[in-house]
Design a protein around this ligand. Structure first.
Ligand code: ZN
Length: 356
């Protein structure tokens, strides 16, 4: 009888745990957990249901970060309701990893009260590094931010419309580029497009960790960064036809700049994460089976997921849970939200007074 009562007491908890989705609006991150939501899982060829690389990282201590902000990902960020993010980490400066920064920089200033901080790599020449890229972004949006400050920011004294670039030296291996409130973020150089800069990133907090490969060819530095991690998000190029049927360009890229699905299997087998995730693939019903079977050739057992937009990964001491984030189809950003109009009331009154 006692056993029956104990089981009943446990069962509701089990039922809740088995929910296969996360409701964006009412599911807060448990305080012992790192939650990763995929905002974009695709390639530069943005698709309706698969935009380019981006991840929302929510830590149990309340910290929130973005890893990459590829083309199209801003709409999925808004859909999660997290529009006031102020810290972004870039793996490299390809457009499928940073093009939506322009939208985040400008539109999110309404929710953001502090400067937008962006971390990213230097490169072989100063003009190819993060600082130059952000300076270009400022100039690209010069009219926009000037005009908005003149009108929308009246009455506000905060720094929500400013941006700070933290450029790190791309050549340093296992470099801690961020260390605040118990969260460490480490970057290491990887190999992509034969040009210096591309980096893999690792988050460590509360004895939990995950690694994001960025875009890369197999390399010792990534193997070392991924050692002992709970979850490895590994970029791949695929699905792939036979190598000798590919164009010279595709062959060259595979030899210098990307993982094949089989090579992803090799790094998973080497580093043995609690969950292995393949990322940056073109996913549909036809490609799924081919991708999995290529990875499984080299990584026969162990958790494996093909990443898709709005996949959620909760990393805790108990393990890594994979679910899907449920978001409203017609979400609005902060700019349109009624609460924002209320908060801007004082500024609007000042604006009206100015032009009486
Ligand atoms: Zn990419």
């Amino acid at each position: 009888m006692r056993i029956a009562i104990a089981l009943l007491a446990v069962l509701p908890g089990l039922a809740a745990k088995s929910t296969p989705w996360v409701y964006s609006t009412d599911d807060t991150v448990p305080e012992d957990t790192i939650r990763i939501t995929t905002l974009g899982s695709g390639t530069p060829d943005v698709r309706r249901h698969q935009v380019a690389s981006s991840f929302l990282i929510e830590i149990g201590n309340g910290d929130k970060f973005l890893f990459d902000m590829g083309s199209g990902s801003y709409q999925n960020l808004l859909a999660t309701g997290q529009y006031a993010i102020d810290k972004v980490f870039l793996s490299h400066l390809h457009s499928d990893h940073h093009a939506d920064l322009a939208s985040l920089y400008v539109n999110a200033m309404f929710g953001r009260k502090v400067p937008l901080e962006i971390w990213g790599p230097s490169s072989e020449k100063p003009e190819l590094g993060l600082a130059a890229s952000i300076e270009g972004l400022r100039q690209f949006l010069a009219w926009d931010t000037f005009a908005r400050r003149r009108v929308d920011m009246i009455g506000r004294k905060d720094k929500g419309d400013t941006v700070i670039a933290h450029e790190f030296d791309y050549k340093i291996e296992k470099q801690v580029i961020y260390s605040r409130d118990g969260v460490n973020i480490t970057a290491t150089p990887v190999e992509h497009y034969t040009t210096g800069g591309p980096s893999a990133l690792r988050v460590d907090w509360n004895s939990l960790s995950f690694v994001y490969s960025g875009d890369t060819h197999p390399t010792r530095t990534l193997n070392e960064l991924a050692e002992g991690t709970d979850m490895l998000i590994q970029q791949i190029m695929g699905p792939l036809p036979a190598f000798d049927t590919l164009s010279f360009e595709s062959q060259y890229l595979l030899n210098t700049s990307h993982f094949t699905p089989a090579q992803a299997g090799e790094i998973f087998n080497l580093t043995k994460p609690r969950l292995a995730v393949i990322h940056h693939a073109t996913v549909n019903d036809a490609s799924r089976e081919a991708l999995v079977s290529d990875v499984r050739d080299k990584y026969p057992k162990g958790g494996l997921v093909i990443n898709e937009d709005l996949a959620v990964y909760d990393i805790s001491k108990e393990g890594v849970r994979h679910r899907k984030r449920i978001v409203p189809e017609r979400s609005w950003g902060f700019w349109h939200a009624e609460s924002n109009w209320n908060s801007l009331e004082a500024g609007q009154q000042q604006f009206a007074a100015l032009y009486k």
